[in-house]
Design a protein around this ligand. Structure first.
Ligand code: AHR
Length: 522
């Protein structure tokens, strides 16, 4: 029976550990889509760009965003891509059709540029091979070009292109969304299962240390969902490490309540994939556990995208899916992060799709400024502050009614603890207990009370909230900081109890630090 609660209550315990915070959970995605690359991360001649053409203002924002891993070059784009087009002297590179996004691909930015951008940005690269229009041979060539130290035609070519040291790329996607009929070369579950298995087997002969991600479903509503994962994993279980999952959410009409509860779906998505993967593992008698790479997730105004006129005339640069994200979108992104963290025992990596302009957390104008979208903030705060271990937390909260998911708790939260044993000295600058919370009620401010008594002496270092009287407020070129976190008034640590009031449609971060132990005190 539902409790009649006036507010949300939770108790935290440092011993209740889900998993170490996976740093790869704070990944993102750069695809040759719209203006993600051209006039996004790469714009020769921009006032902030150096000789390499990388926009300095975007690099600064990527660093502030705290991204750890970046997937490249697609996405749908990769299924028609020839990686060789994007290496070597730029003036010799071919110009091709980008069939996924109906633009012309000049190939002035390719693999070598991406690797040097990734080094500048301090992120781990995650590459995808084309299993749509190409196959095992081209994937083998790409891995050899990237990771073989030297002494072969392809590895020496990399050196001749200016990179004598192997790239050492660990994470590789075996194609992209091969279950989707929109994908160039899309397959049946059995066809893809065989192709992924044989590609994985072959790639491991070049580099045994690769971490391979098989394509899972491109959405939980796909007709082959479940059956696809089962077929793929039955064939490839011993050869792959992760299976991918992709999920995008958007508001349906004016149903804000259901939209704010979108994390119910991503949580069920993780449970479903884990159930299939473990069933296959058990059937095969394997102790190995397949992890999930949630390598595309975000809010995406997909209906608007599908309804907008097709890009005409094959331009190099087109504005595709440049969504202006709202306060509500930021709260949904925050709640999706809460869920991904909470499921980090099985979600090893995740990529916010995408990084710049196309569905991007960062927006740019060609020749002009770059600014933070609303969704930038929950991501940056979680990436910057989630450290140590994710804690299991049981939240009790008033319920909100949604037409899509039934009654859901209005407040959801997750906590991370980086402090070693209770009562640690707190000398580590990253040490602390962090609580990330969303209030999904469309109209009610709710008190939150969290028992933090088991962590030794703590102090409330900072409390911030992202909320607005208008849940549809956005950041624009003219008002780039309209939506951002501000100090949360009234948050207190009262003995071992943390208290705060969460406004409706809000994302809150509570940052508690250990009180340093005075060694002189007896
Ligand atoms: O991120 C945008 C697109 O969404 C990707 O290209 C594709 O993989 C997915 O359908």
């Amino acid at each position: 029976m539902a409790e009649d609660l006036a507010g949300a209550v939770a108790a935290l315990d440092p011993r209740e550990v889900v998993a170490p915070v996976p740093r790869r959970l704070f990944g993102s995605f750069v695809e040759h889509m719209g203006r993600c690359v051209y006039t996004g991360i790469y714009e020769p001649g921009h006032p902030t760009a150096g000789p390499d053409g990388f926009r300095g203002d975007v690099l600064d924002l990527v660093s502030e965003l705290g991204v750890t891993l970046v997937r490249y070059p697609g996405g749908n784009f990769v299924s028609g891509y020839r990686w060789e087009d994007g290496v070597g002297p730029v003036e010799e590179r071919p110009t091709r059709l980008n069939l996924a996004w109906r633009t012309t691909e000049p190939n002035t930015f390719g693999l070598g540029e991406f690797m040097s951008w990734a080094r500048r940005a301090g992120v781990e690269p995650m590459l995808a091979v084309n299993l749509g229009t190409r196959g095992i041979a081209e994937a083998l060539d790409l891995v050899e070009y990237c990771n073989h130290p030297g002494g072969t035609t392809l590895s020496d070519l990399r050196a001749a292109h200016g990179d004598p040291e192997p790239y050492g790329v660990r994470m590789w996607c075996l194609g992209n969304e091969m279950d989707g009929p929109w994908q160039l070369g899309h397959r049946t579950p059995q066809e893809y299962a065989r192709l992924a298995t044989e590609t994985a087997r072959a790639l491991r002969q070049v580099d045994a240390g690769l971490e391979l991600v098989a394509c899972g479903s491109s959405g939980r509503a796909m007709p082959t969902f479940g059956q696809w994962e089962e077929a793929v994993l039955e064939a490839s279980y011993d050869l792959v490490d992760q299976i991918s999952a992709h999920a995008y959410y958007e508001i349906d009409g004016d149903d804000l309540a259901s939209f704010l509860a979108s994390s119910v779906d991503i949580d069920a998505f993780v449970s479903d994939v884990v159930a299939v993967a473990d069933r296959v593992g058990d059937k095969l008698g394997s102790d190995k556990r397949i992890m999930i790479s949630f390598d595309e997730w975000n809010v995406w105004y997909l209906k608007r995208h599908m309804g907008s006129p097709a890009v005409e005339g094959w331009p190099v640069v087109a504005r595709v899916s440049e969504d202006d994200f709202t306060v509500a979108d930021a709260v949904v992104v925050g709640s999706l992060l809460v869920t991904l963290l909470r499921r980090s025992d099985r979600v090893a990596a995740a990529c916010l799709a995408q990084l710049v302009n196309a569905i991007g957390a960062i927006r740019t104008e060609p020749g002009g400024p770059a600014w933070r979208q609303s969704i930038f903030h929950p991501f940056a705060q979680a990436a910057g502050l989630a450290r140590g271990e994710v804690l299991r937390v049981d939240v009790r909260a008033p319920l909100v009614a949604t037409s899509r998911y039934g009654d859901v708790p209005a407040v959801d939260l997750v906590a991370t603890w980086n402090g070693g044993s209770a009562g640690s000295s707190g000398s580590d600058g990253d040490a602390g207990l962090r609580v990330f919370a969303v209030n999904r009620s469309v109209d009610a401010a709710l008190p939150l009370q969290v028992d933090v008594d088991r962590f030794g002496p703590l102090r409330l270092h900072a409390a911030t909230v992202l909320a607005d009287a208008d849940p549809f407020a956005v950041n624009t070129r003219e008002q780039p900081d309209r939506v951002r976190p501000v100090p949360l008034e009234g948050a207190v640590l009262d003995g071992g109890t943390l208290r705060a009031t969460l406004p409706p449609v809000s994302w809150t971060v509570l940052d508690l630090r250990p009180v340093p132990v005075d060694p002189a005190a007896g």
